[in-house]
Design a protein. Structure first.
Length: 81
């Protein structure tokens, strides 16, 4: 996915270099290159962000369960003493 993004930026950079003015070149680079690329990469990255969020929630629950188990072990040991 990133190789296509790099190639797109390269093509748009070459297009913007050939513009008549610096302002036209910058606008071409931003409006034809950066803006569409940011939108596409954001949309294509949505499934991965969702997987990361679900995985983080699973880890948080696992840590909470571990903390609860450790707390109950500590209470059991304290009551035995």
């Amino acid at each position: 996915m990133y190789i296509v993004a790099i190639a797109w930026i390269y093509v748009i950079l070459m297009m913007s270099i050939t513009e008549d003015t610096v302002v036209a070149g910058v606008m071409t680079f931003l409006l034809y290159g950066v803006l569409p690329l940011v939108i596409i990469l954001y949309v294509m990255g949505t499934p991965q962000r969702k997987r990361n969020r679900v995985e983080a929630e699973k880890l948080r629950r696992a840590h909470a369960a571990l903390d609860e188990a450790n707390a109950s072990d500590a209470e059991r040991k304290a009551s035995e003493d």
